[in-house]
Design a protein around this ligand. Structure first.
Ligand code: F6R
Length: 634
């Protein structure tokens, strides 16, 4: 939700901002804008629509350098307050045009603040909540003017840079979630940022500093980064940064080296990030498992901040997540309950937070989030910790908020995911959940060592099975192109195939804008079967014939039921499963796996199906309409 880049250094701030925005556009693409301070002036440019519109505007400028200066910032927007228009595009300026603000998040008390500002004579021109910050800063700077260290109210720390002090005081008045970055015409030596419940990281370069929503925005310049914690303000200068809390107390934040480089955030020869990321799944999976499966067949999670005893004390597991990450959690439930015999509930984070889940010190809450910034999940984490539950985050983004707010973190090592629809990180999340499930069973002694070792051995083979599956998906690509004009698709599954069906339906909805629903195949006869009409494509994820109870036989019956009513059946079944052949209008084969690991391969044809169908409809699979990669509002 909104991408932010701030810069101070020796390079053209316009170039740095544009380059950063190209990397951040996946976070929102309703509008974009840039502000640059240089030659005694503050210049801004902004445009509704994708970044290309802003680039066009700048290219049409008669000046060779339309925005000279080496201090500046850029913003790409996912609209919340106010439609996606030029006027609502960030940056927003104050009445004097001396300062500019960009923002990610929602300022919940903006209506009150706006009324107060208007009563005080400020003229606000947009419908956004952000604009109040520009005017509040203007008022603060007027109230406490003066050069660095000279003027300042009660708090000693407010005797710092005037812009930093003003931002701190303004932040104390704001409610909601925000990352803010500010530049000022009269202070080209600084870019100042603040955050509460929205992401902000610092890039520490040689003679230059960056503030950004995520490291991809500055990775081409530096791989040295610093986290910014909750309720903190950062003053960035060429030679480094100073961080304080909102009261002005200095804080010392963790610095880290980013372990991937700029090429990982490029398309690498693919026309879309999504295609690249689908094909990166064998590596993403192998990297997530790396070092966590020991040669003697045990699970090693030594980066945990929770002890083995903490895991032994657990008597209940809750998994909280949103969207695709929630589907990974649903898969985990089958594994955790089967292996550990602990009760395990999975809930959408947005719902978990607002009921009264019964949690205590013996509850393990697993929060799954690719970005580590999803506000619904973050709020669920905070709620769980307030109830004294222990929280383990499964996350793909180093330096993000959810791991920092949790007791422990297990990183999926999938590398940056730029395509808005999650693919490789879903596989990473499923793998991480399987590791946690096995680890719990191992430390609690529920599974024998040789049982764990057998699973470890099979997990080690999964990246290769994923690679082989990806190599044989041409038939589903062809079918997707053939079905480009279909009105709807149903997805059915049983056991772990059910969350896979949900994930397949979600991918199709978000990429192809097509009506798609996932159901447990057994639930079909309780209502959804009424949807079946001649020619309706029904995609069925079939469990292994060697799997649990007679699930396979039951799903074969379900396939017959929909086929008898005219559905066109697309069956995902493992090699050697002959029983499904007579009932499959289209049969997509995947390699044999252990039942609980099957989602790692059965998901792949569904991802490819959605992606190819969307492409056949002429849609942009990297930036589907109305979506943003990182959802930092509730
Ligand atoms: C769908 C998708 C979303 C995310 C969800 C949670 O393809 O990507 O449903 O899974 O917004 O995001 P994270 O994992 O960043 O918390």
């Amino acid at each position: 939700m909104c991408g932010i880049i701030g810069y101070v250094g020796d390079q053209s701030a316009l170039d740095v901002a544009l380059q950063g925005l190209r990397r951040l556009e996946y976070r929102g693409y309703d509008s974009s804008g840039i502000a640059v301070v240089g030659a005694g002036a503050l210049r801004t440019a902004r445009r509704a629509g994708k970044l290309a519109n802003l680039e066009k505007l700048l290219a049409e400028s008669p000046e060779t350098d339309p925005m000279p200066g080496t201090t500046g910032m850029g913003h790409t927007r996912w609209a919340t307050h106010g439609g996606p228009t030029d006027v609502n595009a960030h940056p927003h300026t104050d009445c004097t045009g001396a300062l500019a603000v960009i923002h990610n998040g929602i300022i919940e008390n903006f209506a009150l603040l706006r009324a107060e500002l208007e009563a005080g004579g400020h003229e606000l021109t947009s419908e956004t909540d952000t604009e109040v910050v520009a005017h509040l800063l203007e008022a603060e700077l007027a109230r406490v003017p003066g050069p660095v260290g000279v003027a300042g109210p009660a708090s000693s720390a407010d005797a710092s840079h005037p812009l930093t002090g003003a931002l701190r005081r303004v932040c104390r008045r704001l409610e909601g979630a925000f990352t803010l970055v500010v530049v000022h015409r009269d202070y080209p030596e600084v870019v100042v940022g603040a955050r509460r419940n929205s992401p902000l990281v610092v890039g520490l370069g040689e003679g230059e500093s960056f503030l950004a929503s995520d490291v991809s925005a500055f990775i081409a310049h530096t791989r040295e980064a610093m986290e910014i914690g909750q309720d903190q303000v950062v003053e960035a200068r060429r030679d480094g940064v100073a961080v304080t809390d909102f009261e002005g107390q200095p804080v010392d934040n963790r610095r880290y080296h980013v372990d991937w480089d700029a090429s990982a955030a490029e398309k690498g020869g693919y026309p879309y990030f999504m295609l690249k990321e689908i094909n990166e799944q064998p590596t993403a999976l192998a990297d997530t498992l790396r070092g966590r499966l020991s040669a003697d067949g045990a699970i090693v999670l030594d980066e945990e901040r929770l002890s083995a005893q903490d895991f032994r004390d657990v008597d209940k597991v809750f998994i909280v997540a949103c969207g695709t990450a929630y589907h990974a959690g649903l898969i985990a439930k089958y594994a955790v309950e089967h292996w550990t015999r602990l009760p395990c509930e999975v809930e959408m984070a947005s719902e978990f937070r607002y009921r009264d889940p019964v949690l205590d010190r013996s509850t393990l809450v697993i929060a799954i989030s690719q970005s580590g910034e999803t506000l619904d999940t973050l709020m669920a984490v905070k709620h769980a910790r307030e109830q004294k539950a222990r929280v383990l985050a499964i996350c793909n983004t180093n330096g993000s908020t959810i791991p920092r707010e949790s007791d422990a973190v297990l990183y999926t090592r999938c590398g940056p995911e730029v395509g808005v629809a999650s693919t490789k990180t879903f596989l990473g999340q499923v793998a991480a959940c399987l590791l946690v499930g096995l680890f719990l069973a191992q430390v609690r002694g529920v599974l024998y060592g040789d049982e764990v070792a057998a699973y470890v051995e099979r997990l080690q083979r999964m990246p290769e099975l994923v690679r082989r599956t990806l190599g044989r998906l041409e038939p589903i690509r062809e079918l997707a192109r053939e079905l480009a004009d279909a009105k709807a698709v149903l997805f059915l599954g049983r056991h772990v195939g059910y969350p896979v069906a949900l994930e397949g339906a979600l991918k199709l909805k978000e990429l192809a804008y097509m009506h798609a629903e996932g159901f447990p195949a057994g639930e079909l006869k309780h209502g959804p079967i009424a949807l079946i009409e001649p020619g309706l494509p029904v995609l069925v994820v079939v469990p292994s014939p060697r799997g649990r109870a007679n699930l396979h036989g039951k799903i074969v019956s379900n396939i017959q039921e929909v086929r008898a009513r005219g559905a066109r059946t697309i069956v995902i079944a493992e090699d050697g499963d002959l029983a499904v052949e007579p009932y499959a209008d289209h049969l997509i084969r995947v390699p044999e796996t252990t039942s609980l690991f099957a989602p790692l391969v059965t998901t792949l044809p569904l991802q490819v199906f959605a992606c190819e169908l969307a492409l056949a409809r002429g849609l942009d699979v990297d930036q589907p309409r109305n979506l943003a990669k990182s959802v930092t509002v509730e």
